[in-house]
Design a protein around this ligand. Structure first.
Ligand SMILES: [Zn+2]
Length: 320
C-alpha cells in the first residue's frame, strides 16, 4: 500500500519541500524523507510533523544542546566504544555533568554505543535487565528523563552518525538497538517507569522519526510479555515492524546483522573491549554514580548551567 516507485518518491519529496518552504536550506533531502517515510508518504502528515519538529527544536533551542567530541572533551552521557570522533569512555562522576545525569546513569545500569552493524548503522546496547525501574519511576520526572534522551539523540545524530555517513559515503540516520533483558524480573514491571518510557517513545517517534533501524529485545523473560502488552500500543506500526523479540536463542540472529568482531562476547560475538575497564558494555553498580561532588550541579539539564549557557554561543560544544 505504501510502496512508491523512485519517481513517485521524488515527486512527493519535492511537494513536501515546497510545502515546508525553501527558507531552511540546511535540511537535507534525507531529512525530509525521514518524515515522509514515517507518515507512509502522506505529504500533509509529513509536513505537519516536520513543522512541529522544527518549532519544537527552535522553542527548546535543541541545536544548542552540547555534545561530547574528541575536541571539546565534554564528559560522556553513556559509554562509547569504537568511534573516531569521540574517544572510548564511560559515564562517570565528571565535573560538568548534572546530578540528574549521574542519577539516571546509575539507575539505568549500563548502556553503550558500540561499533557498527554490517550495514554501517551504529549499535546501541542497553542493559535493560539492570534498570532500577522503581527508582527511575519514583525518583525522576519525565522531564528529566526526556532531557537525557534528547541529549543522547543529539549526540548520536551529530557525532556518531557523522562518522557512520562518512564511512558509507551516504547519509546514515538510523541506529541498531539491542535491549538485553538478562537479569530482568517482575520488579522491573513498574508503571511510573513505563510512563517515563512512554514519554521517551513519544518524543523519539515524533521529533526523531525513522532513526531506528532495528530493535532486538533479547533474553526476554516471561515477565516481559506483560510489559510488552503495555508498551506495544504506544509504538507506531513502523516502529513495531523493526522490533524483534528473542529469548535465549538470539546469537545467530544478531550475527546475521553484526560481524562477530563488532559484537560483544556476551552477545555471541568475539569483542571484549579489553582496552576499557568493564569491557564492551560495563554494568554500573547501583550507587556507583550517586556520590556527586560540588562540581555536579542539581539541574534538570544533562550538563551544568555554565556548559549549557556556553554552548548557546560556542558551536564547538555542539558539533564536531
Ligand atoms: Zn567491545
Amino acid at each position: 500500500m505504501t510502496h512508491k516507485s523512485k519517481e513517485e518518491q521524488q515527486k512527493l519529496l519535492q511537494l513536501l519541500k515546497q510545502a515546508v518552504g525553501n527558507d531552511i536550506p540546511q535540511l537535507t533531502d534525507e531529512y525530509f524523507l525521514q518524515f515522509l517515510v514515517a507518515n507512509a508518504w502522506d505529504v500533509h502528515g509529513a509536513q505537519r510533523q516536520l513543522q512541529e519538529t522544527l518549532a519544537w527544536r527552535k522553542e527548546n533551542d535543541i541545536d544548542s544542546i552540547p555534545v561530547a567530541t574528541n575536541s571539546n572533551k565534554l564528559p560522556l552521557l553513556l559509554s562509547v566504544r569504537g568511534y573516531k570522533y569521540v574517544q572510548d569512555g564511560d559515564l562517570g562522576v565528571h565535573p560538568g555533568l548534572s546530578t540528574t545525569t549521574l542519577k539516571i546513569g546509575s539507575l539505568i545500569g549500563g548502556d553503550c554505543f558500540h561499533k557498527f552493524d554490517k550495514e554501517g548503522h551504529p549499535i546501541l546496547i542497553d542493559r535493560t535487565g539492570y534498570h532500577n525501574s522503581k527508582a527511575l519511576g519514583n525518583e525522576l520526572t519525565s522531564e528529566q528523563i526526556t532531557n537525557y534522551q534528547v541529549a543522547c539523540q543529539e549526540f548520536v545524530g551529530r557525532v556518531i552518525m557523522k562518522e557512520s555517513s562518512e564511512r558509507l559515503q551516504r547519509i546514515i540516520h538510523r541506529e541498531t538497538v539491542i535491549f538485553d533483558c538478562s537479569n530482568m524480573g517482575i520488579r522491573q514491571f513498574h508503571m511510573n517507569a513505563l510512563y517515563h518510557l512512554k514519554a521517551v517513545a513519544d518524543i523519539v517517534q515524533h521529533y526523531y522519526p525513522e532513526t531506528l533501524h532495528r530493535l532486538f529485545i533479547i533474553n526476554a523473560p516471561s515477565a516481559f510479555v506483560m510489559m510488552w502488552k503495555v508498551i506495544r500500543p504506544w509504538l507506531n506500526p513502523g516502529t513495531l515492524d523493526k522490533v524483534q523479540i528473542l529469548g535465549k536463542d538470539f546469537k545467530n540472529v544478531l550475527l546475521e546483522h553484526i560481524d562477530a568482531e563488532n559484537l560483544p562476547d556476551f552477545l555471541g560475538g568475539t569483542c571484549t573491549c579489553d582496552q576499557m575497564p568493564g569491557g564492551c558494555v560495563p554494568i554500573r553498580s547501583e550507587g556507583s554514580l550517586l556520590n556527586p561532588t560540588d562540581a555536579n550541579e542539581q539541574v534538570s539539564t544533562v550538563y551544568n548551567t555554565d556548559i549549557m549557557e556556553a554552548a548557546s554561543t560556542n558551536r564547538s560544544l555542539c558539533q564536531l
